[in-house]
Ligand binder design. Structure first.
Ligand SMILES: C[S@@+](CC[C@H](N)C(=O)[O-])C[C@H]1O[C@@H](n2cnc3c(N)ncnc32)[C@H](O)[C@@H]1O
Length: 255
C-alpha cells in the first residue's frame, strides 16, 4: 500500500478525508510518525493501527495537530475585540458565534471572556467545534496549564480561572457560554446565521480548492455584516470571490 492508498484506508476506517490535506506536508508527517513508532512500511503501519487502539489514538492525535493557546496572537485578538464592540455589539441582541476547529477550547473561551467583559448581561451563544472528539472532552473540562494561559491578562486570570495545583480551571460562568460539538469542516454541512466565525490555524493544512470551498461556505453561513476571523498566517487574497470585504488584516466582513 502507498500513502495515497493509505489515505483511502483512513477514510474508510476513520471517516477522515486526508486527501483534502496538503499531500507533501501530510505524507512527511505520517512517515515521521511511522518511524517514531518503529515501522517502515505502510502495510505494517496499517496492521499496527488495526490491532492497537492506543496507536490509533496516537495517529489521530498526530494528524489533527491540536496546538493552541488562549488569545493566540494577542495583538490580533485586541483587534478582534475592538471589532466585536464596534461592529457586532451596537445593538443589544445576543450574538451567534462559531469557533471552528477549536481544539481544547482556548479560542472559544477567549471569546467568551471578551464578551463577558464588554457585554455581560446578554445571552450570547458560542458554538465550538472540532473533528477530534478526544480534544472536545478536554475542552469541556476546561483545565489548562501555564503555557496555554500565558497570554491571559492578570485581571482576566483572576476573574475567570480557579487555580488548582499547577492547573488553571475555567469558571462555569465562561464554560456555560460555550457549547462543544464534533464537526468536520471538510465533510459536513455548516449551520447558518452567524455574527462571527473564528477559524484559525486549520485551513493552512488543506489543499487550495478545499480551503476556497470552506471560505465560500463560511460566507454563506454568516449574516450580512458578519465577521470571519482567520489565523495570523492566513490572509485571504481572493476574499472578494467569497463576498467579503477586508475589515482588518485578519478579519473579513460579509457584504
Ligand atoms: C492547530 S489547531 C488550531 C486551534 C485553534 N483554532 C487555534 O488557532 O489556536 C487545529 C485544529 O483543527 C482540527 N481539525 C483538523 N482537521 C479538521 C477538520 N477537517 N474539521 C474540523 N476540525 C479539524 C484539529 O483537530 C485541531 O484541533
Amino acid at each position: 500500500m502507498d500513502l495515497v492508498q493509505f489515505e483511502k484506508w483512513v477514510f474508510r476506517e476513520f471517516n477522515i478525508n486526508l486527501s483534502a490535506y496538503k499531500s507533501n506536508q501530510l505524507h512527511r508527517r505520517i512517515l515521521s510518525l511511522m518511524s517514531r513508532v518503529g515501522v517502515d512500511k505502510v502495510d505494517d503501519y496499517v496492521t499496527l493501527l488495526k490491532k492497537d487502539k492506543a496507536q490509533r489514538e496516537k495517529f489521530l492525535d498526530f494528524i489533527t495537530i491540536n496546538v493552541t493557546e488562549f488569545f493566540r496572537n494577542p495583538e490580533i485578538f485586541e483587534e478582534l475585540s475592538k471589532k466585536i464592540k464596534q461592529e457586532l455589539l451596537s445593538s443589544s441582541r445576543p450574538l451567534k458565534i462559531w469557533s471552528a476547529a477549536c481544539s481544547i477550547g482556548a479560542e472559544p473561551y477567549s471569546i467568551a471572556m471578551i464578551l463577558d467583559q464588554c457585554s455581560p448581561r446578554v445571552n450570547h451563544k458560542i458554538i465550538a467545534t472540532d473533528i477530534d472528539s478526544n480534544i472536545l472532552q478536554r475542552a469541556k473540562k476546561g483545565e489548562y496549564v501555564q503555557t496555554e494561559i500565558k497570554n491571559v491578562k492578570k485581571n482576566l486570570l483572576d476573574k475567570y480561572f480557579i487555580k488548582s495545583n499547577d492547573k488553571y480551571v475555567i469558571k462555569d460562568k465562561i464554560k456555560n457560554m460555550v457549547s462543544f460539538k464534533k464537526h468536520d469542516l471538510i465533510l459536513q454541512n455548516y449551520d447558518k446565521n452567524f455574527d462571527l466565525i473564528v477559524c484559525r490555524n486549520v485551513v493552512i493544512y488543506f489543499k487550495p480548492d478545499i480551503k476556497d470551498a470552506i471560505y465560500k461556505k463560511f460566507s454563506e453561513s454568516l449574516k450580512k455584516g458578519g465577521l470571519l476571523f482567520v489565523g495570523a498566517t492566513e490572509s485571504i487574497y481572493n476574499y472578494k470571490d467569497f463576498g467579503f470585504e477586508k475589515s482588518s488584516t485578519f478579519i473579513y466582513k460579509k457584504i
